[in-house]
Write a new protein. Sequence first.
Lengths: 488, 102
Amino acid sequence: MTINFFDNDLTSLHNKLINKELTATELTQATLDNVAHTDEQLNAFISTNPEEALLQAKKIDDAHDFSDILTGLPVGLKDNLATNGIQTTGASRILEGFKPVYDATVVSKLNTAGAVSVGKTNMDEFAMGGSTETSYYKKTTNAWDATKVPGGSSGGSAAAVAGGLVPFALGSDTGGSIRQPAAFNGIVGLKPTYGRVSRWGLFAMASSLDQVGPFTRTVKDNALVLNTIAGFDEKDSTSADRDVPDFTAKLTGNVKGLKIAVPKEYFGEGIDPKVASTVKAAIAQLEALGATVDEVSLPHTKYGVAAYYIIMSSEASSNLQRYDGVRYGFRADDVQNLEDLYVKTRSEGFGDEVKRRIMLGTFSLSAGAYDAFFKKAAKIRTLLIEDFNRVFADYDVIVGPTAPTVAYGIGEEIDDPTAMYLADALTIPVNLAGLPGLSVNAGFVDGLPVGLQIIGKPFDEATVYQTGYAFEQASRLFEQLPKIAKKY
Amino acid sequence: MSETTISKEEVAHVAGLAKLAFNETELEQFTTQLDSILTIFDTLGEVDTEQVEPTYSVTENVNHLRQDVADNWHQKQALLENAPLEAADLIKVPAILDGEGE
């Protein structure tokens, strides 16, 4: 049998499992077939685990308890989420063959709910990049155009959902790594509030910025997945001890009276004019639905990229010290002594982008540079947070583009790190401030999707989803499918 | 703030701190790239932050404490299976100093 995830959202699949129109085993097998059939083109997965997936599906069928919405539903996991006994590489050579001895908290939560992981998705090495081109293993392509990048760093998860290989996937977002690939692939991606979802078992890049979040084809599906993965975790000291509401509660389609702020800086220099006009048309549609829209200013936006690349690289250089070739993964040959082992393993095991960030971070934290760089960036972070606080005193959500352009060509920007870094300007401030941010499809430019970013107050994902849902239901852009959809 | 530049010697020094080694070509390339990224960093000098407190984390928490009881520690075999080289139930590494025997 075949299954088409373009015609079936999570609720529809769930109902088919309950009504015995479909078994979890059939669904898992059909998903594995989808991957085998389509991933030759997309290269969204680094590895699949058919045996484990089918075994889990059989257990679910035997129990026939579909009380949880996610029971029996297939999922793709970004390859920086630890999966017990299943290779997890972070798309780095230095972790080739590494099998974690535990599950990340989000993975355990999905397992408990009965979701079936079919494989690990491609990404930029250690989530460092915006195009999934820094992966040691393969290059993923955009679901809409095989000559374009899928975005990144969670490009494999985004392409897998947009290409119809899986109904949902998890990614991680440190500076835009969920929202930007969601935008580039025309799907829905959420970076939750910092602390909303446990980071335990997510390979740490920048610990004060990282969050795990869902990729789905629709806003409602996204909220359903967040319902499962959110919540306090004693294993993550930064996890928030707060109640988890039902994130679908405000999906009414109604935004009458909602106060939307549009920062003028998000339409400034560097934004493709066609992207700007597509996003402005989407905002006008929200206004037509009854929301009030005002232009506001977030004056420190232009300093976000510099502050982010200092803070992120500093935290990353420290987090990545653990990869030394001693306890797991790749170890260099022909070494003379222990010091030599560390240096050779790291020099051969890491790719250039990872080395660049380790170098930037080590420099920013070094004697003589700490005050001028690391501490200065932390002060700019305070100013960025104060910008958001001032706007959120009067508004419910902030709306603008997710990325300044649509997906660019594979190989076009990879040799110019400064251009790549500046492309993150619209997503980065959200991570620095710890806010929730959603990307939904706003329309198309030259056949490629444009992302509408919706930013909310801390822990107010429900209003972010409410806004995204109202636009999605009014625009019905999810009905437009990439050519690859004809494969099913 | 004056313009920050980074020399090849400084890049080599930072590489040493980060336990990375570069050949001459890589050193040239990383110096050029890091230098141009530092130009972006320098824009922060435009902002007066004299009276601003730094933010290092946005977490609401201070600390989560738990009972001091050992938990989740019977995993020696599983952990050793990931080690590139093991001997006598331990992870094996090369000598710390040159010339030390086995």
